[in-house]
Design a protein around this ligand. Structure first.
Ligand code: T46
Length: 183
């Protein structure tokens, strides 16, 4: 597996080895030993999620606070998304910084987003299937949201020529300064 570091050291882009042949392809989408070696410590996933969204849907920016903070290993298995992680760890030198990466069925790329980050994505293809593993279970009482367009974060989302399609929760999200914080 190829590991690509990002501007935020703890956020990693992972490129699994893909075995193509005349039938199609095979890859290990997750291998605990390989993944833990890439991250540098043991990570235990307890939940798999799958969402499907149309072009222009933007889900995020979401996170869970302790005691149920979630690390996420995310990938796109149909279509393509622009995926974003925002560092919400107050003690981090990259607090409030963001990184973005295109994930697509074609590239097989994945992204590791540790606990302490807000996460979101916008769909750039006609439709996208987004699959991810999380290190803690869903705990809505611990959920936090931050505005996707908070100028203090300054995410440069791809210009799709249409306004993003948001859930009511995401429309009502606060800016980072008013959001539920880590530590
Ligand atoms: C996240 C989640 C949701 N749900 C239920 C709650 C709602 O009835 C329904 C849709 O939830 P929501 O609108 O929060 O789904 P997304 O907007 O895709 O939320 C996710 O979007 C961003 C990209 C994330 O990184 C998080 O994993 C997650 O917050 O699924 C569950 O039953 N279990 C879950 O783990």
């Amino acid at each position: 597996m190829n590991v690509i570091r990002t501007a935020i050291p703890d956020v990693l882009i992972l490129e699994p080895k893909v075995f193509g042949d005349t039938r199609g392809f095979f890859m290990e989408s997750y291998n605990q030993k390989v993944f833990n070696e890439a991250v540098g410590h043991d990570v235990h996933f307890v939940q798999d999620n799958h969402s499907r969204s149309a072009k222009g849907v933007l889900r995020g920016l979401h996170y869970q606070l302790p005691p149920h903070a979630q690390g996420k290993l995310v990938r796109c298995t149909q279509g393509a998304v622009f995926d974003v992680a925002v560092d919400l760890r107050h003690s981090s030198p990259t607090f409030g910084r963001w990184v973005g990466v295109e994930l697509s069925a074609e590239s097989h790329r994945q992204c590791w987003i540790p606990p302490g980050f807000a996460h979101g994505f916008v769909v750039t293809s006609d439709s996208a299937d987004f699959l991810y593993k999380t290190t803690d279970l869903y705990a809505p009482e611990c959920e936090g949201v931050v505005r996707w367009d908070d100028l203090a974060i300054g995410i440069t989302w791809p210009d799709l020529g249409i306004a993003p399609l948001l859930s009511a929760k995401d429309v009502a999200a606060p800016v980072l300064a008013a959001a539920r914080h880590f530590d």
